[in-house]
Structure formats: structure tokens, C-alpha cells
Design a protein around this ligand. Sequence first.
Ligand SMILES: C[S@@+](CC[C@H](N)C(=O)[O-])C[C@H]1O[C@@H](n2cnc3c(N)ncnc32)[C@H](O)[C@@H]1O
Length: 479
Amino acid sequence: MSGPHRSDGRHRLARPRPGGHVSPARQAAFAVLLAVEQDEAYANVALQQALREGAWSARDKALCTGLVYGTLQRQRSLDALIAPWTSRPLGELTPAVRVLLRMAVYQLTFLDRVPAYAAIHEAVELCKSVQPQAAGFVNGVLRSFARAPSPPCERLRALADKAADEAEAWGIWYSYPTWLVTRWRAAFGPARCERMLAACNEEAGLSLRVNPLRASVDAVVAALAAQGVHAEPSPVSPAGVRVADGFAVENAAVYRDGWVTPQDEAAMLVAPLVRPAEHRRILDMCAAPGTKTTHLAELQADGGDIEACDIHPHKLRLLHGALRRLGIGSVRTRMMDARLLPDLPGMREAFDAVLLDAPCSGFGVLRHRPDIRWRRTPDDVTRLARLQRELLLAAVRLVRPGGVIVYSTCTLLPEENEEVVTAALSAAAGAVVAEDIRDELPPRPRAEAVDAPPGLYILPDALGTDGFFIARLRKVRAG
Ligand SMILES: C[S@@+](CC[C@H](N)C(=O)[O-])C[C@H]1O[C@@H](n2cnc3c(N)ncnc32)[C@H](O)[C@@H]1O
């Protein structure tokens, strides 16, 4: 393979080899951030790969993760803070120097427990190992930054106050692209928008969905307690368990033995709305890596008939692994563009229920994917909305009269959500109608869900979960 990209999105990480002492956490964080900056690596994939490659203490793992996610998340704020201290615009520096400055200024600004000398010294040592001629420059910028009289947060506030308008000011202060702030303000109102901006910068907790084929919520809580891990039933989903920070679930028996699947609690609300117990033949159109497919099968006690489709073979392999681990036998998989499914023989109106958990811009999962905010553009949103409309129209052709379609995304833009469903309702000319799903939600999300007819949102500031949009349509006549 010639370039840095591989078909599964994984990356070759070039580790720097500094001469002076640099903690393994900072070395690895730098390698991941550089891969994101210069090779457009996905941060979560590159980070997982880096963490798999070493024997990590829990402390180093947490520091590395915090540095990668924090630096990416706060990138706009950091760039604004750094700009006054460099003679050249940041965009003209090499990716390595840009990343080193951001990583160090992130520590100097947002991490109270990291001493300034450690952040600066290790940035300079790392610089010597990758671009020695720039080490003096990095040292000078960081020392001047650290010596400035006012605290960095005050300086950031002053920079935000100078912005042209409130959306730009929040973009600098909370570190988001202005276009996204503008759209959230328009969709959810200024007060809610500001709460969402703050919430998506919080660290995500770990939640697990319990596989009822193998265990109960109480049994999982007890098994974890026996290992000294605090867990408690989720207040959001009856299938969920919240687990204490820092728990490495992939190494735990409850995971290996198929008792649990890591899943955000808002995502756990989607599959029950398909009403799997009432619908035997279900199509999951965009299924991989299968977190919701397996939930559907669990809710059918593995006694239904589920077809799971996805366009990407490497993601379908993850789904196959999940089926094996969870002991599920009622799911068949198919690799293809789901928009073409209605053209296959025997597929038209063949399903009692269809789940379309559509590919989307992902702005509801910023806590897990902080780099998305810089990666996605308004053009991506327009392109995704077109794909979503086409997929939903295919879903209408695939479900039988009387059956249901659940449409969900983990993004928070009307263009990809209520506008997609509204367009499908009008294109279907009365063949499908929207259903009110609020009363079928568990009590906490029922109280917190925000109406966005023909669907609803679970917003990320409400329950400490990711943000989701969910709508359900029922086919009332053939068409
Ligand atoms: C939001 S993810 C699905 C997540 C999955 N439902 C889960 O809970 O694990 C969207 C998926 O759609 C797939 N996809 C994108 N375009 C597609 C298409 N035209 N047909 C089928 N799958 C597609 C992507 O590969 C991705 O796995």
C-alpha cells in the first residue's frame, strides 16, 4: 500500500523518536494529531490504533486520549490564542509545528494539572526529533505565551468579544465553525444552542447495552461490581448501564462473553421504536457496524428474520464479529448500496419494518468525534441530505402496507432530519404518514425530547447523551 490511507480507514502512525525524555502519552498524541492534520486520518481510529500498539498505564492512556480529543476539540480557540505570538500565520507553519503549538497551548490553557514547564519542554523535545530547525521558534512562542500576564481564558474571552457577531464569538469561545453555530442558533434558538455547544465539549461517559439473550441489567451491574467497577442502570434506556470512567470494556469478561455492547444511551432509544417484537421481517438498510441491528435481534429474542445491509465490506466484517460475540443467529447480511434494494427481485414491499439509520454529518456525536466539526462542510451536509432522501424513498418502496419505517441520524441539522422526512412524505403522496413516537420513549427522554415534526430530537445537553433525531413513518397504502 503506497499512501498513508488504508481501505479500512486505519493509518500508519509515524512515531517521533525524541532524544530527551518525552512521555509516551505525548509522543503518541503528537503522532495521532499529526496524522489527522496532514493525512486526514480519523482521530478515533488513529487513537485506538496508537493505544493498541503500546503497553499503556491507565494514566498515560487517559493523558493521551485527553490530549488528542482536547486539542482537536479546542482547535479554533487554540489557533486564536496562538496567532498573536507567531510572526507568520498558523496556516504557513508546517503541520508538525502547528500541532506541537496547539497541543502545548491546550495543556497551558485547559489542563490545570499539567505544569507549564512539562508541556513546553516536551513540545520542544518533540520538535527537535521531527523538525530540529524549528525547535527555537516553538520554544520562543510557548515561553512568551506562558509568560503573558493575563490567564489564557481571559485572553480568549477578549478575542471572542472582538468578534463580528455572537455566532462568531461563540465559535471562538466554544471552538466551533461559525457556520455550524449559525445553523444551531437558527434551529434550536440561542439559549439552547449555547447549552449544546458547551455539552458537546464535555467528556462522554461509557454506557453499555445489555444483551438479554445472555444477561440482565442487574447481572451486569453485579458482575462489574465483583470486579470493583462501579456501574448503575441507565436513567435513559431500560437496556442500558452507565459505567465509571476509565473502564476498558473491550478487555472485560462481560464484553467478551457477549453480555454487553458499548452504545450511547440515546442510540439505545432507536431500535425499540421499530417495535421488533411485532415485526418479524425487518430490514436494517445502513446497518454496519451493527450496533442497532444486534439490538433489533435482541428485542426479537433472536427469533425474527433480519436483513442487514451496508455498502462497506470492512464495516460489515465488524457486524459479523458482533453477531458471533453476542450469539445472534437471526441476521443475514448483504453488501450493497441500499438505494438499489427495491430493484432486486422479491424485495418490493417485502418487509414488516425498515430501519434507516442514515449516514449523516455526525454533529450529535462530537463528544466521541471532536474532529468532525472541522472535517464536515456545508457542502457535505447538502450531499448527505440528498443521499438520505434517496435512501428514505427506497425504504418507502421496501416496506409493506401497514409496516413502519424508522428514520434516525446522529446529527442535529434540520436539512438532514425533519426536512428529509418531510420531503419523503410529500414524494410518497399519502402512501406513508408520520407517527407520534414520544409516548413510546422511556420517561426521561419522553420528558426531554424536542419536537421537530415529523420527528423529534434528543439533544446532547439534556441527558448527558449524544444527540439524535428519530422519526417513524407508517405505510398506509401500497405505493
Ligand atoms: C450511521 S451509520 C450506521 C450505524 C449503524 N446503524 C449502527 O448502529 O451501528 C451509517 C452507515 O451507512 C452506510 N452507508 C452509507 N451509504 C450507504 C448506502 N448507499 N447504502 C447502504 N449503506 C450505506 C455506512 O457504511 C455506515 O455504516
